[in-house]
Design a protein around this ligand. Structure first.
Ligand code: BES
Ligand code: MN
Ligand code: MN
Length: 463
């Protein structure tokens, strides 16, 4: 693996250009207007795996978008790594806030990425990070040093909840059999300080609907005499947090895993500057649950956030109206031991119970998933740490992330193996936001680090 650095240097322009081609296809899974593009992207991923050296690649149809499966089995006696990633991306809107079109990738320099970053929807989440694995695999095939078997499972519905992947995994446990699952779909602390994600939050996502009168009303003629669904919805939502920013849903915290003071002290050792954090977001202060630090609030604590709220008149000028209905989309990020289906039920029961007479309330569950924590004494974690240490010159720090990849908990349940989250993105890469980007440094470093994970994982497995 000594020549991986040289291989990356020699091929970096091609690696970047190939990723740019993949980023040009707008594979937005949430919006059916892009359904052909999502399908085209699965074909492009299939072709890239074939070209890189898989013996067998197939498109697995599902009730939704296809899953691309590929493998290179060299010896059944050797370990097998299952690489998971996703080729679908988030919608690009609000499109007017992009400084260059989301599906016309360009390389631009930023303060954090002085050597340039690729700007495009999906650059970091997850096409860029997924494609690092394809190129790292290409290197191992080209240099005849692939040390074990590898399986790729790249899906097209991660951003919409991986509902069909769940069924696919349940029905294909033998095919997907592996010794470790490797995913690059998270981040790290900084380009100077690598970290390995040891936890992901779970998720419960719901939509609520509040209905008052059977039609929109004149706000003068009826105002004050009937329940205004928007007023009521705002009140109901506001009541979901108390003055300490604790969530008020009865039973919500029942199963929450409380970390010991020692564990919290360990977490606090990760480098973090509150001033830089505030400055990056142009905030005059942070906000959150009393008694917890910023890094605790966004990783080991459960949260509830409105993701969107609408109703009534939002056009130009003023219209005097009481809307018949108001809506909101609400997500709850969960921590280990909270069961997402139970949380959805608790939310529903509570939300219905706080509705005043004069309105009717509906709660529609969307998707969800369990949180995940992985131990740091596993072979997989150690191999990842050895790989980062070699390419970054400093060991990785274990970090629990606030994001969710709901399928990871299911992998453990169905496939009985641990997932190692080797992310190379940065929080400042603006995933899900306008101007998403992925550092060229990060992309190439990822390609360089992944083969070392293979090497060390196989070495440690022998012991
Ligand atoms: N890759 C992200 C999750 C992520 C990003 C985890 C950074 C940790 C660090 C993933 O694509 C994602 O966006 N997941 C969704 C959940 C999904 C069910 C829509 C999320 O976290 O909102
Ligand atoms: Mn992702
Ligand atoms: Mn995402």
């Amino acid at each position: 693996m000594e020549n991986i650095k040289a291989y990356v240097q020699e091929n970096k322009d091609r690696f970047i250009n190939e990723l740019i081609e993949l980023l040009k296809i707008p594979s937005v899974s949430a919006d059916t207007a892009y359904s052909q593009d999502v399908i085209d992207t699965s074909e492009a991923v299939k072709a890239s795996l074939e070209k890189a050296g898989c013996d067998f690649v197939e498109i697995c149809e599902t009730d939704g978008y296809p899953i691309v499966y590929g493998e290179k089995m060299i010896d059944p006696a050797l370990p097998t790594i299952l690489v998971y990633g996703h080729y679908d991306v988030q919608p690009a809107d609000p499109i007017e806030l992009w400084t260059s079109p989301p599906f016309e990738p360009v390389i631009k320099k930023t303060d954090i990425h002085p050597e340039g970053a690729i700007f495009a929807r999906g650059a970091c989440d997850d096409k860029g990070q997924m494609y690092m694995h394809v190129k790292a695999f290409e290197y191992m095939i080209q240099n005849d040093n692939l040390p074990c078997n590898v399986k790729f499972m790249i899906e097209g519905e991660e951003e919409v909840g991986s509902v069909n992947l769940k069924t696919f995994v349940e029905n294909n446990t033998e095919k997907l059999k592996n010794d470790v699952i490797l995913i690059s779909d998270t981040g790290m602390i900084s380009n100077q300080q690598p970290s390995i994600t040891t936890g992901l939050r779970g998720l419960s996502y719901v939509e609520v609907e509040v209905t008052g009168p059977n039609r929109d009303l004149h706000s003068g003629l009826y105002g004050g005499a009937v329940a205004n669904p928007i007023n009521i919805l705002s009140k109901m939502i506001a009541s979901l947090h108390d003055e300490n920013n604790h969530i008020t849903i009865p039973g919500f915290y029942d199963n929450v895993e409380e970390l010991s003071l020692e564990e919290r002290a360990e977490m606090a050792k990760a480098p973090f500057s509150l001033e830089k954090y505030k400055n990056a977001l142009k905030l005059n202060d942070v906000y959150g649950e009393k008694g917890y630090t910023t890094n605790e609030r966004n990783s080991i604590r459960p949260t509830l956030d409105v993701n969107g709220i609408w109703g009534g008149y939002i056009g130009e000028g003023a219209k005097t109206v009481i809307a018949s209905q108001a809506f909101a989309k609400i997500s709850m990020r969960l921590v280990p031991n909270q069961e997402w289906e139970q949380i959805t039920e608790l939310f529903t029961k509570h939300f219905m119970s706080i509705a005043p007479a004069g309105v009717t309330v509906k709660v529609k569950p969307h998707h969800g998933g369990q949180g995940y924590v992985t131990p740091i004494d596993s072979i997989g974690y150690q191999a990842a740490n050895m790989a980062y240490t070699e390419t970054f010159g400093t060991p990785a720090i274990p970090v629990r992330s606030g994001g969710s990849i709901p399928i990871v908990a299911l992998f453990e349940k169905e496939l009985k193996s641990k997932t190692i989250l080797m992310g190379f993105g940065l929080d400042s890469d603006a995933i899900h936001s306008p101007n998403e980007h992925f550092g060229v440094f990060n992309y190439l470093k990822g390609i360089e680090t992944i083969p070392l994970f293979y090497k060390y994982f196989v070495e440690l497995s022998k012991k």
